[in-house]
Every structure is written in structure tokens, then in C-alpha cells.
Design a binder for this molecule. Structure first.
Ligand code: RRO
Length: 309
């Protein structure tokens, strides 16, 4: 069955991507060698988010296991823009699929420097803007404010011809208003959901478990919630939606497509099985057949969105 999808002008062989920060393609290549390239689990690769300057990330512990999920507070460890461009980009360019680079800044100026820093690199097919961060000028989380999101995308849009994907935070009352703002500003796609704000407590000390105090919940625990937000957003915007949140099987992927997603991403499941994406893709094909569908377009958006809760 033809599982190819068109996403922001990119033709992808199938609709299964990775969630940013959940698959280290460079480490995986070291571990699995070229075999990984022969059976690369995603149709496009989204990098771990980078920032203008290097960051060491949050103090440990950085991970807490929950029922059917996990909380992370990794804190954006990365080499910074120039370290990424010099050291990682040449390796990521060898992947057999299009590359999207995820970026995060704390001001328009920082975001602009990131966009301009990768703009000239033909091996970067798209940019994902991680807006789950505070704007240092306003103190507000950009992706929690439609006005902030609109202003940011408007400021960045003229700086690149590459597709801009806006990664939405689920930690809002109305994801639709932010998604519409991203679309109005000129985004080519939205991806959702990032992790849900969460806390774990050490039962012995009653202190926060995670070094940074709080983190983001992901995995099957959030799947139904993510599906709800994806359905609402997909019904409200005309740009493609990349749906994610606890996807572990082809049936889960099919549910996100039925909710209106054009593509899906596997995230937390990659930590247990780096080849989970391949299984999800194969299962998706089987699930489509079982549903009596002969194409992705036959199922996309089959679940009508309701705006009531
Ligand atoms: O690095 C992180 O701790 C992190 C990021 Br940037 C993000 O966007 N989502 C997440 O769950 N963790």
C-alpha cells in the first residue's frame, strides 16, 4: 500500500516521524552502524532542540517513570548553534530521510539567529520551532500565548523559505487559538503535543524528585489527551498537523490520522525500542487494511471534531 504523504512540500515515504529529542540518530548510528540507515525507522528525522549557545542541561535526576509514561526534565543540553552546525549536521545529513532541525530561543532575536544559522544549509529540509519556552522580554511562555506565537512566526517567516513547523505545547486551555495564530503567522505545519507539565515527589523526603523540580509527562499515559488536542487542532486549521503523544502501535498511529493528523511521531516508545518506528509503520499498514481502507486519505480526519469537552 502507498503510505506516502506530502508534508510542507516534502514527499515522505510514510507518515511516521520521530518526536524531537527522543531518538539520537548519531548515537544510534554508532551503536547499529549502517544497518540503521538500511532500515531507518522514520520518514523524516527531527533533531533534538538546539539553542543559540551550548547548554549543559538540568541537574539529575532527569527522568521519572510513571504509570504508562515518564516525566523528563532534560533541560535542553546541546552544543549550541555553531557546535550543531559544525559537528552534528554533517552526520545528520547522511541520514536517508529529510532532516528537520528543532530550535528554541528566548527572544525573537535568538530565534532569528537560529533560523538564519541553518537557512543556508541545503541538508536542512525544515525547521521545527519549539515554542514551549519563556520569552525573556515578556516572561510568558511563547506557545501559551496566541499573540506571542503570532508575533514570533511573523518575525521569522520572512527569514527563511524552509518550511516552519510549530511544535505546540499542550499546557494551554485552548490549543486551537495558538494553532490558528501559528497558521496566521505563516507556519507550514503544527506538531503536537509536547509534554504535559508534571511533577514527581520523592516519597521518602517529600522533595521534588527531578533535579529541576518539575518536568514533562509523555508516553501512553497522555495518548487519549493528545488525541483530543490533535482532533481539535486539525479541525481548526488548514495546515497539516503532525500528531504525537504515546503512540506505540499502528493502531495508535491510525487513531491520530483518523483524528485529522497528516503525519504522526513516535517519541517515548523509541527509548525502549529504537526501531519502534518501523513496527508502527508496518502495523499501520495492517491496521488500515483491517479497517477496510486502501489509503491514508480514506481515513484521515474521519473523527469529526467537537468543540465541546
Ligand atoms: O530538553 C527538555 O527537557 C525537553 C524539551 Br526542550 C521539550 O521540548 N520537551 C520536553 O519534554 N523536554
Amino acid at each position: 500500500m502507498d503510505l506516502s504523504v506530502e508534508l510542507c512540500g516534502l514527499r515522505l515515504e510514510h507518515p511516521v516521524l520521530n518526536g524531537s529529542g527522543t531518538f539520537d540518530a548519531i548515537a544510534a548510528q554508532r551503536a547499529f552502524g549502517t544497518a540503521l540507515l538500511d532500515e531507518f525507522p522514520f520518514s523524516a528525522f527531527v533533531s533534538k532542540t538546539i539553542t543559540p549557545e551550548p547548554r549543559i542541561g538540568n541537574p539529575p535526576p532527569r527522568i521519572f517513570e510513571t504509570p504508562s509514561g515518564m516525566i523528563n526534565s532534560i533541560g535542553l543540553p546541546n552544543k549550541g548553534l555553531s557546535g550543531f552546525v559544525d559537528q552534528d549536521l554533517p552526520l545528520l545529513a547522511e541520514l536517508p530521510v529529510p532532516l528537520a532541525v528543532s530550535v528554541m530561543g528566548t527572544s525573537h532575536r535568538e530565534f532569528a539567529s537560529l533560523v538564519e544559522g541553518v537557512e543556508g544549509h541545503a541538508e536542512v529540509a525544515a525547521l521545527e520551532l519549539n515554542v514551549s519556552c519563556p520569552n525573556v522580554e515578556s516572561g510568558l511562555i511563547i506557545g501559551q500565548q496566541p499573540e506571542e506565537t503570532l508575533a514570533l512566526i511573523r518575525a521569522l517567516r520572512p527569514r527563511t523559505e524552509k518550511p516552519l513547523i510549530v511544535k505546540l505545547t499542550p499546557n494551554v486551555a485552548e490549543p486551537v487559538t495558538v494553532a490558528r495564530a501559528a497558521e496566521e503567522g505563516g507556519a507550514d505545519a503544527v506538531s503536537l503535543v509536547n509534554t504535559l507539565a508534571a511533577v514527581a515527589i520523592d516519597p521518602g523526603t517529600l522533595d521534588a524528585w527531578l533535579g529541576a523540580g518539575s518536568g514533562g509527562l509523555s508516553g501512553p499515559a497522555i495518548r487519549a489527551f493528545a488525541l483530543g488536542q490533535v482532533r481539535e487542532v486539525a479541525a481548526a486549521v488548514s495546515i497539516p498537523v503532525i500528531g504525537m503523544g504515546g503512540i506505540e502501535s499502528g493502531t495508535h498511529a491510525l487513531a491520530f490520522l483518523a483524528a485529522g493528523a497528516t503525519a504522526v511521531a513516535v517519541g517515548t516508545a523509541n527509548f525502549r525500542d529504537p526501531l519502534a518506528g518501523n513496527r508502527v509503520r508496518a502495523e499501520l499498514e495492517a491496521a488500515l487494511r483491517e479497517a477496510g481502507a486502501d489509503s491514508l486519505s480514506a481515513v484521515r480526519g474521519r473523527i469529526a471534531a467537537s468543540t465541546s469537552t
